[in-house]
Design a binder for this molecule. Structure first.
Ligand SMILES: C[S@@+](CC[C@H](N)C(=O)[O-])C[C@H]1O[C@@H](n2cnc3c(N)ncnc32)[C@H](O)[C@@H]1O
Length: 210
């Protein structure tokens, strides 16, 4: 399947290599060319999904709820092409860097919150077109289920499931099957393993069923 890149994401040449890129202030030492900054798909699972041509449903300008923003490697690129972008991260240390990333991105709103407790940010987050989830923690299906409330009817969940975060000893295939069975109120549209760029990670595209 060949997915379309959202407006604001392009394949461009950096040092004679073609790479995904967005326009914005550099964040993690990535190569730049004028306003454009390379999107390192080895450091970004959403980048890997787009690079592989997964049909994410992203077209650009969407309102996004990003769960597990860390220091902003991926969410910085999302905020470069999307509309209002709410970045949820519960660890205080990366949030300090994330706030710096948001300085040059007025559409990026940083929330130092626990994605398992969406009621703590429900008063701030408006209905969104897309949830991007990369929490790498136990209970990844529960996080997706709890945050479904924010998705518009035609919205998309773009989740990356890290097998080892659920159970280091289990076969990743079993962990992914359990994730699918625990997902509630979603129809899964596509899944793809992200190996070898991201070992034992499953990318999931789903839409809410109401
Ligand atoms: C794999 S890292 C995310 C990397 C990031 N998505 C990127 O590509 O730039 C997972 C992050 O999720 C955060 N996290 C884990 N559980 C969380 C929770 N319940 N609420 C909010 N953040 C959480 C971790 O602190 C960590 O920063």
């Amino acid at each position: 399947m060949t997915g379309t890149l959202p407006t604001g994401v392009e394949r461009r040449r950096f040092d004679s290599n073609e790479r995904l890129a967005t326009r914005g202030q550099p964040v993690y030492g990535e190569p730049t060319d004028g306003d454009w900054r390379a999107w390192d798909i080895r450091r970004s699972k959403l980048g890997a999904m787009l690079d592989r041509g997964m049909e994410t449903g992203l077209s650009g300008d969407e309102t996004v709820l990003y769960l597990g923003a860390a220091a902003g490697t991926t969410v910085s690129h999302v905020a470069d092409f999307a509309g209002p972008t709410y970045a949820v991260e519960f660890a205080a240390r990366p949030v300090r860097d994330l706030l710096t990333v948001a300085d040059s991105r007025p559409n990026l709103f940083v929330l130092l919150k626990d994605a398992r407790k969406p009621e703590a940010y429900a008063h701030v987050v408006e209905p969104v077109d897309v949830i991007v989830q990369d929490v790498a923690t136990r209970g990844q299906a529960r996080v997706a289920n709890e945050n479904r409330r924010f998705l518009k009817q035609n919205g998309r969940l773009l989740a990356v499931v890290k097998a080892r975060s659920e159970d280091v000893t289990a076969d990743p295939t079993d962990v992914f099957e359990t994730f699918r069975s625990q997902l509630e109120g979603y129809e899964i549209l596509d899944t793809e393993r992200l190996d070898p760029l991201h070992d034992d990670h499953l990318a999931v595209v789903a839409r809410p069923t109401w």
